[in-house]
Design a protein around this ligand. Structure first.
Ligand SMILES: NC(=O)c1ccc[n+]([C@@H]2O[C@H](COP(=O)([O-])OP(=O)(O)OC[C@H]3O[C@@H](n4cnc5c(N)ncnc54)[C@H](OP(=O)(O)O)[C@@H]3O)[C@@H](O)[C@H]2O)c1
Length: 210
């Protein structure tokens, strides 16, 4: 599969390696330009190349968004239209500035992003796991229930399935939390946020038994 990545830091760089190792083709981008990513793509090998955010969006069947949330209005909305856009971003008011709709809970951060990315098929995922765990905890040899959980929310069932398949392919266990509205359950401060749990343990927490 062709995967675009916008943001080449902890999460973008880590997922790029996992996707390449799983056999996908990756186009990765940042704000400073592809020339600043040459070392990274050299390390990633021949299935990866560096590009700009609009080109990463055009390239990807799935496009991972891994930049500070405050910068979401710079995302290439035209190029992301109709694409599966995986929102890995988290709202931290100290870093991102206060957003009234998020502080009040009127909207989830992914709903905000989806409203901006008109026509994109937004799926929230990869936001609940620390990048060092993402780097090391995937294990395709384990049964799904015993794998580290990665939580997924979205309004487009087919897009969500595609992202869940991608997650399984890199050795994690996807756990579906529901719609983009329900993605409040995977935002900072939620019970499962940054919890090192298996799929089986995650289901218990989500079902309210723990
Ligand atoms: N760190 C984690 O463990 C973790 C876990 C889950 C979710 N997250 C979330 O994932 C997002 C990224 O976190 P991170 O830790 O990977 O951040 P990071 O290491 O600081 O990397 C951010 C990346 O985004 C790029 N970037 C910034 N503004 C951009 C823009 N307008 N257009 C394109 N690229 C831009 C930066 O490129 P330049 O340097 O060229 O600006 C950099 O490559 C955040 O929303 C964070 O909350 C982080």
């Amino acid at each position: 599969m062709k995967i675009g990545i916008i943001g080449a830091g902890h999460i973008g760089g880590t997922t790029a390696k996992l996707f390449v190792d799983a056999g996908h083709e990756v186009a990765i981008s940042n704000s400073r330009g592809p020339e600043t990513l040459q070392d990274l793509v050299r390390d990633l090998g021949s299935r990866a190349h560096a590009t700009t955010p609009p080109d990463a969006a055009r390239f990807g069947e799935i496009v991972l968004l891994a930049i500070p949330l405050k910068d979401y209005p710079t995302l290439p909305a035209d190029e992301l239209r109709s694409k599966i856009a995986v929102d890995a971003m988290n709202y931290y008011p100290n870093r991102d500035g206060h957003v009234e709709a998020l502080d009040s809970g009127a909207r989830t951060s992914s709903e905000l992003v989806a409203a901006y990315l008109e026509g994109a098929r937004v799926v929230k995922a990869f936001n609940t796991i620390w990048f060092e765990h993402l780097k090391t905890q995937g294990d395709t040899s384990k049964p799904l229930d015993a794998r580290r959980a990665i939580f997924v929310s979205g309004d487009d069932a087919e897009a969500k399935r595609a992202v869940m398949q991608l997650i399984e392919g890199i050795g994690f266990g996807p756990v579906d939390l529901g719609s983009l509205r329900d993605s409040s359950r995977q935002q900072p401060g939620a019970a499962i946020y940054n919890r090192d749990v298996t799929v089986a343990e995650a289901r218990e927490i989500v079902d309210g038994n723990r």
